[in-house]
Design a protein around this ligand. Structure first.
Ligand code: GLV
Ligand code: MN
Length: 222
């Protein structure tokens, strides 16, 4: 092969790997009608969950009642996210979608967090909230949402919701992943286990180690 042909082959391979990376950037496609997850203890772990024996699958495997009840908001953030992902709703396995319920008391927040594996869409069922995300260029995008409004959060970007009304707010959030994952920044940074070295956090946030300790104490289980 001459060097021109070699270059063309290398170029082709580079494009192919780029395209493959683009194609597998979300949950993979189905190979069957469904694959209700076997989440029993000791079940084999793969990239996802193995399927329950289809003979044992029941209509009720496709129903999730976990979002019926309001989440308790008597906590530090005055808010609660109830997850309807493959872990709580095994019928979602391999379907590439999931849904949460977000309850916020007045003033309550769903703190800044990211979902590494999904874009999120927020539908406000009740109340008034501020929904926001921050781009990778640090531009802050926020919108006041009223009942019935929909807001979208691009995949992987840091975002939050805050109840800015005087009554409880309820939102339903949906994702293009069966398990979007969530990294809640205050907990990720100040409540990891083992802890991030204090000097790293002190330098990153330009604060003293004492202040790091103080913040961490709020997020580490006692
Ligand atoms: C809201 O941001 C959620 O993750 O449910
Ligand atoms: Mn979210």
């Amino acid at each position: 092969m001459n060097s021109k042909a070699e270059k063309a082959v290398i170029n082709g391979l580079l494009w192919l790997s780029l395209l493959t990376a683009m194609v597998i950037a979300s949950d993979p496609d189905l190979l069957q009608d469904f694959c209700v997850a076997d989440v029993s203890k000791g079940a084999v772990k793969v990239n996802g969950f193995v399927c329950k024996d289809p003979k044992k699958v029941k209509p009720s495997d496709f129903l999730f009642k976990g979002l019926r009840k309001p989440g308790l908001t008597n906590n530090t953030f005055s808010g609660k996210v109830t997850s309807g992902n493959v872990q709580s709703f095994p019928g979602l396995n391999t379907l590439g979608i999931s849904m949460n319920r977000v309850d916020l008391a007045p003033g309550g927040i769903n703190p800044p967090h990211t979902h590494p594996r999904a874009t999120e869409i927020v539908y406000l069922m009740k109340g008034t909230i501020l929904a926001a995300f921050i781009g990778t260029d640090n531009v802050f995008y926020s919108q006041k949402m009223k009942k019935g409004d929909v807001f979208v959060i691009p995949r992987g970007l840091v975002h939050f919701q805050q109840n800015i009304g005087s009554s409880n707010a309820v939102a339903i959030t949906a994702f293009n992943s069966q398990l979007p994952g969530a990294q809640v920044l205050p907990l990720t940074l100040f409540g990891s286990s083992p802890a991030i070295p204090e000097e790293v956090l002190a330098k990153a946030f330009q604060i003293s180690k004492k202040e790091v300790k103080e913040i961490s104490s709020k997020f580490t289980p006692s």
